[in-house]
Design a binder for this molecule. Structure first.
Ligand code: NDP
Ligand code: HSE
Length: 436
């Protein structure tokens, strides 16, 4: 059988990884897919630089708009990133009857519903394993392996760059900026790294996972998003003293009042496997009603781990190329007409435990005042210690863990605590999850 012909948009970190993996493993891939997979064209911005890397092996153009319409291309692999022109190119590829493979979570988080509808109409596939958690086959696990379950919640470390930075800060005492620079050099970070450090990239991925887990349309705008940029090294240290690690987690959960969708730094008990995921590795815990908790772990970023997922999608598309569209796995796991919008829970209605760091005057009665306010809002203290003030220092820090409380109550309690004249700075608050 003739090979399936691929047009590659982008020859950056993931594009080059994809070329390398396809070349190196072509014989295995052909045996698995039943036919060869061949890259027949690539599009980039800087043709000279791409040619210096790829040589004459693949024709390179700076006209991606031509590539997505080329009659000799069966599958378009979109690895350029961002929303435009990626959206326009992907929709044009679909309109010209091409299957699409993409690693672009920003594109799917913002325009996935539109893209999947267009693909459905044309009877083509849009595969996106590489868009979430790099090389971990989490999309396949959720869409196929766990399909017998009612998913209750999932939580994960799904941004390699943030996890890499947190690990470097903790293990080597590296500064935030140095660790970020290193992540960029290793090809983990987004073109705009503020997406990584402000939690946006994790929220892009989480909104895709949430849709697949619960059978709802993708709603990135419903996510509560906080990143690691404002985390202080002191809080990472205090968390350790209390037996916790700080991780940037994406959490989505079904509750009777709506679906939670939130990304934020989180204290996780150090004994949990997820707390020990280091560097650019990712991990996702999925809780299904039948299977219980399952854990998926692996490299979440980088050229070849991500290429592993891109190539897996290429094999899937090749295998199903001639299948009746009705017989393929639906893009978002549920049949398109069975996606049911649900209410989304606001962060203020979320119930979780908390870590507080409170800078106070070292005076009698301070702790009693704080404890009274917390009690007024039914916030119960789980653990607490006070930093030993330095010689001659008249201020100190109180570090606290609470039991579960509603965020709205916590916000109001902290407002009152911050109004005390003995409280010298806004309270540092980090949410805590037991993941049990
Ligand atoms: P890079 O920035 O390394 O590469 C982007 C490539 O796309 C470059 O070859 C660039 O061309 C090309 N490109 C960008 N804009 C255009 C355009 N308008 N027209 C034609 N070509 C264009 O990105 P990555 O490889 O890191 O990421 C690609 C995608 O994969 C993104 O969606 C990213 O989020 C996703 N991803 C990345 C991972 C990673 O670890 N890096 C992991 C998982 C997903 P030129 O070289 O000429 O500038
Ligand atoms: N910038 C992303 C990360 C790449 O660091 O996780 C993988 O999606």
């Amino acid at each position: 059988m003739k090979p399936l012909r691929v047009g590659l948009l982008g020859l950056g970190t993931v594009g080059r990884g994809t070329v390398d993996v396809l070349r190196r493993n072509q014989e295995e891939i052909r045996r698995r897919a039943g036919r060869g997979i061949e890259i027949v064209a690539a599009a980039v911005r800087d043709v000279g630089r791409a040619r210096a890397w790829v040589g004459d092996a693949i024709p390179v153009t700076d006209r991606p708009q031509d590539l997505v319409r080329a009659p000799d291309v069966d599958i378009v692999v979109e690895l350029i990133g961002g929303c435009e022109p990626a959206r326009e190119l992907v929709l044009d590829a679909i309109a010209h009857d091409k299957h699409v493979v993409t690693a672009n979570k920003a594109l799917l988080a913002h325009h996935g519903n539109e893209i999947f509808a267009a693909a459905q109409k044309m009877g083509v596939m849009v595969a996106f394993e590489a868009a979430v958690a790099g090389g971990i086959p989490i999309i396949k696990a959720l869409r196929e392996g766990l399909t017998g379950n009612r998913i209750e919640w999932l939580a994960g470390i799904i941004n390699g760059t943030s996890n890499f930075i947190l690990s470097r800060m903790r293990d080597t005492g590296a500064s935030f900026d140095d660790a970020l620079r290193e992540a960029q050099q290793l090809g983990y970070a987004e073109a705009d790294p503020s997406f990584d450090i402000h939690g946006t990239d994790a929220a892009h991925k989480l909104s895709i996972l949430s849709a697949i887990a619960f059978g709802v349309p993708i709603r990135f705008d419903a996510a509560h998003v906080e990143g690691i940029a404002d985390l202080a090294a002191a809080d990472i240290r205090y968390a350790e003293q209390l037996g916790y690690r700080v991780k940037l987690l994406g959490i989505t959960r079904r509750t009777p009042a709506g679906i939670e969708l939130r990304v934020h730094p989180t204290l996780v008990p150090a004994k949990r496997l997820v707390a020990n995921v280091e560097g650019a590795m990712n991990a996702v815990v999925v809780k299904g009603d039948a299977v219980g908790a399952t854990l998926y772990y692996g490299a979440g970023a980088g050229a070849e781990p991500t290429a592993s997922a891109v190539v897996a999608d290429l094999v899937d598309v090749t295998r199903l190329h001639t299948a009746d569209p009705e017989d393929r796995v639906p893009h978002l796991a549920f049949q398109p007409d069975a996606l049911v919008p649900q209410p989304w829970l606001s962060i203020e209605d979320t119930v979780t435990s908390y870590y507080f760091r409170i800078l106070v005057s070292d005076r009698p009665g301070v702790l009693a005042d704080i404890a009274r306010i917390l009690a007024d809002f039914r916030i119960s203290i789980d653990a607490m210690f006070q930093r030993e003030p330095a010689e001659g220092e008249n201020r100190t820090e109180i570090i606290m863990l609470t039991h579960e409380a509603r965020e709205r109550d916590v916000n109001e309690a902290l407002r009152r605590i911050e109004a005390l004249d003995t409280v010298l700075a806004p309270v540092i608050r980090i949410r805590q999850e037991s993941l049990s």
